[in-house]
Design a protein around this ligand. Sequence first.
Ligand code: KIV
Ligand code: ZN
Length: 529
Amino acid sequence: MASPNDMNDISRDRVVIFDTTLRDGEQSPGASMTLDEKLEVAQLLDEMGVDIIEAGFPIASEGDFESVSAIAKLVKNASVAGLARAANKDIDRAGEALKGAVNPRIHTFISTSPLHMKYKLQKEPEEVLALVTSQVLRARNHVENVEWSAEDGTRTEMDFLCRCVEAAIKAGATTINIPDTVGYTVPDEYEHIFRSVIERVPNSDKAIFSVHCHNDLGLAVANTLAGVRGGARQIECTINGIGERAGNAALEEVVMALRTRSDVLPYSNRIETTMLMRASKLVSAVTSFPVQYNKAIVGRNAFAHESGIHQDGMLKNAQTYEIMTPESVGVQKTSLVMGKHSGRHAFKEKLKDLGYTLGDNALEDAFKRFKDLADRKKIVYDEDIEALVDDEIGHAGERIKVVDLAVVAGTKGPQSAELTLDIEGQQVSHQSTGNGPVDAIFNCIHALVPHTAVLELYQVHAVTEGTDAQAEVSVRLHEDGRSVTAKGADPDTLVASARAYIAALNKLMVKRRRSRPEEIEPGVRAITP
Ligand code: KIV
Ligand code: ZN
């Protein structure tokens, strides 16, 4: 592997990826990770091709020291970095923690903006400049690979920034980072800062320049890419963009932007992009930070389409609405989310995927019921469609159909139901009370379709999650040694119950006809002479 410390190994158009999920990312309030979790993340970053893993801030705590030390010993390919302020004890502690690393890097920083120097450091610029030299020299006594950062670099006066950068390189820094610590810069300005510093600092060719962007204005990725255009060749970023306040530039977004728009961003890197989703899931799991649904690259909607027009386009040619393949980031496949905006084309494809082939009329009926369901439910899951089609198939050729149902339920009994059925084209209604709404419905059915079958099983389960989930009701009826089970599905449990019971009666009649064709159904006879 090319050492990021060796300028000769880095081609002019190769950018090195410096991941700081375990340092800047872990600094996000609430994102702390255990040692084992950090080791798991570091291992994955290393496998994914990250060039430098910033493992932590060794002086910050005993735990941070131990994790940097353990990661330094674990990681096989990447350089491991430890952060240090411009203080002897910080630098020595970082040097100690990094012992055993394949390519240890000390990353030391000091504020250079007038605001930070005056209020935070309470130091004169010349004192800060002297510290830049002395601390980089101290870090070089521990390791060859030293990064120096000008904290609040984007709000630093250009002349002073150039003097600091020159001093850091002279003292032995091999990477110079100009962070946008407070997420304040804009792309053109950041690009200009890099161009100016690289042009004005006489020894700038002896270091790699680095971008480090925070996302306070939502510009972290755009600024990062602009910095690269300005001459930076190291990108500091984090998985899922976690980091201080609004976070850092997201690694997955930067890397996929470079890959997808290589025509205008001709910079290569070593990241195995098919591992991006895995990394995102791992970091989200260990930090308990959810990934927003519409997050670029790794959000659950990033490769999901619901609108009928988009789904139709996707089925004809995926490039119509996708600029990168889901597989390229480790997502198995595009998902056509079935909802109220989905069209016939996608519905038919979905049925095919689920193993159903319906005739034109059945398809049309199923589509109508699907649209009806989608109007009442945010997402229609595969299981919902299966339940709906199974219900549809079960109802084909049915002699009795549920037309209308109104129920009075709640604590103020008696519960009652008013049910209208279509029995072989004739509509009949009945109102009944019962011991609960389901009992009231079944009493109506008994009154409208008198029968001797006994209810053996009544079972309800939610097909999917959420309060808007479809209820699937199973009913088993037994009569004269024959048993039938049927299901009814609907977001309304009571409608599903009526449907299930009627479906079971329909099945029972089919069974009766099959075994004793001469027999007239006792139930139907009572109302259909
Ligand atoms: O944002 C920042 O300035 C930093 C430095 C420590 C590099 O994280
Ligand atoms: Zn930062």
